[in-house]
Design a protein around this ligand. Structure first.
Ligand code: PXG
Length: 291
């Protein structure tokens, strides 16, 4: 049976429970990270931990572990479960309180680390490309809840994923309140046009994805011009290539958006080049799990 790290100890998966008075459950008052381990290498662990503690600071949530201790807990959870390839879900909630909203009544944050096998989209979509649609549900307004905070408030994302499912596709594109393209329900978007790459700036309302940042760094390495500029659905439709990025999704080509065939209708050459380089990085950059 798998082990889950729960508030300082490892418990069997079947016994990994939190209180109904946990404000992560009652109000979504908490933050999380999705991290991936490739052949014993926890990819970009430090970057994920930095984002976790920034999210915590932003919502004034005190994490009862130092970043170094948190990194060690992630590594230990992988070791304990003997998983060389895994998806890690790291959750920190405000913890147990009373039924009132006030977070000051929560004495101790809950810290949970889960390690599971995971593959998000079937392999053939990586080979052939995804079809996605734009959905009516807009992305959260940034000054209501900053999209750079990876919070447990994922109902907006869940509703987007529902609308994708109702449209018969696996992922959706969201717009912000001004009609600019934002991101998918759980991944960032990139478009390629005349050898240049574009991705929405986070102020449009997108999460600052770790994978997104790695791709932008790879563009620098390959001297491919890459800019964070707001763009619209029209720009997506007329792009030469489109792909999505995320820890769960990794890098996945998109070949059809709202019925418009993207470029040749096949995954594009720049997408392939960046994906190959990304794959090489996944076993190089990160923290090794001993044993
Ligand atoms: C809204 C959003 N945007 C972008 C990403 C990609 O960020 P990273 O490159 O740092 O992973 C995410 C994170 N991706 C994410 C989080 C939780 C669940 C799922 C799912 O698809 O089930 C996906 C996300 O939730």
């Amino acid at each position: 049976e798998k082990w889950v790290y729960l508030n300082g100890e490892f418990v069997p998966k079947s016994k990994a429970v939190v209180s109904v008075f946990d404000h992560g459950f009652l109000y979504g008052d908490g933050i999380f990270e999705g991290i991936r381990c490739y052949s014993g290498n926890v990819f970009c662990l430090k970057e994920h931990i930095v984002r976790l503690y920034e999210s915590a600071k932003s919502i004034m949530l005190d994490i009862p572990l130092t970043p170094e201790e948190m990194e060690a807990v992630v590594v230990e959870t992988l070791e304990k479960n003997g998983l060389p390839d895994a998806y890690i879900r790291l959750v920190v909630s405000r913890g147990v309180g009373d039924l009132g909203l006030d977070p000051r009544n929560c004495k101790q944050a809950s810290v949970i680390v889960i390690a599971e096998e995971l593959s998000l989209f079937p392999q053939r979509y990586y080979d052939e490309g995804l079809e996605i649609v734009t959905v009516p549900t807009r992305r959260n307004v940034p000054d209501a809840l900053n999209p750079k905070i990876k919070s447990l408030n994922y109902l907006n994302n869940v509703l987007v994923r529902l609308e994708a499912a109702r449209a018969g596709v696996l992922e959706a594109l969201t717009l912000n309140q001004d009609g600019y393209v934002c991101e998918g329900s759980g991944d960032n978007i990139f478009i390629v046009k005349n050898g240049k790459i574009f991705t929405p700036p986070t102020y449009v309302g997108a999460l600052e994805g770790i994978t997104r940042n790695v791709v932008m760094e790879l563009c620098e390495t390959f001297q491919i011009p890459c800019a964070e500029v707001p763009f619209t659905r029209h720009d997506v439709y007329v792009a030469d290539e489109v792909f999505l990025t995320g820890t769960a999704a990794e890098m996945i080509p998109v070949v059809n958006v709202d019925g418009r065939i993207i470029g040749s209708g096949k995954p594009g050459p720049l997408t392939a080049k960046l994906t190959k380089a990304f794959r090489q990085l996944t076993v190089q950059r990160g923290t090794k799990v001993p044993g």
